[in-house]
Design a protein around this ligand. Structure first.
Ligand code: HEM
Length: 183
């Protein structure tokens, strides 16, 4: 290197021709530059990181055969009917009898066999965390759509619920729909 002239070295990916192992994944894409000074040989680093995560959305636009990740495949939000937002649900559950059971039997003790009988869009019960909810009125307010709820009704939906959205508080959203315990 000529005295006083900075030098730049671009590090290439590791190869068999690199016995020193300098060209590791960490170094890939880094530009190494040396700035000579009067008293010392100081060496600095400037880096541009190669993208580690591929933008799958963009990839798919360019190449439709690229498949969505499992998480992307799960996220299927549906368009809710007008007047069916989360705020509307809060209002609706206060103004209507969403339990639809005999108040004298509340809270009910519900067997699996009983639960199984309420597995339709017009009569829809689901067990979550050992509690049973009548979600018939909630169906049209569910951001994931009514179909997936009806499909999982009449049974214990805890696993499915947790799989899709563990951050959602069903106890809060469905408080008015609570009808009893699974026994
Ligand atoms: C048990 C079966 C259930 C399944 C399979 C299911 C599935 C889904 C799916 C696919 C979505 C849309 C995708 C997403 O936002 O990630 C979703 C969103 C949502 N679901 Fe469910 N769901 C279930 C039960 C419930 C219940 C009982 C409630 C009410 C407590 C509920 C509340 C919500 C909420 C609030 C969202 C929006 C989440 C967000 O935007 O972050 N789900 N659900």
């Amino acid at each position: 290197m000529a005295p006083g002239v900075p030098s730049i070295k671009i590090i290439e990916p590791k190869s068999s021709a690199d016995p020193d192992g300098e060209e590791s994944r960490d170094n890939f894409g880094k530009v190494k530059f040396a700035v000579p000074s009067k008293s010392s040989k100081r060496v600095g680093h400037m880096s541009f990181a190669p993208p580690l995560a591929v933008d799958r959305g963009q990839d798919r636009l360019a190449n439709p055969s690229v498949r969505a990740s499992p998480v992307e495949r799960r996220r299927k939000k549906v368009a809710l009917k007008p007047g069916h937002s989360a705020v509307d649900w809060e209002r609706s559950k206060k103004n209507e009898d969403v339990r639809k059971i005999d108040p004298s039997s509340f809270p009910m003790r519900i067997t699996k066999a009983q639960l199984k009988q309420h597995h339709s869009g017009k009569d829809c019960w689901i067990s979550l965390g050992g509690k049973v909810y009548n979600i018939t009125n909630y169906l049209d307010y569910h951001p994931g759509g009514r179909e997936i709820l009806v499909d999982n009704s009449g049974a214990d939906g805890t696993m499915m619920f947790q799989r899709y959205h563990p951050w959602v508080s069903f106890e809060k959203i469905l408080d008015a729909c609570f009808i009893g315990f699974l026994v």
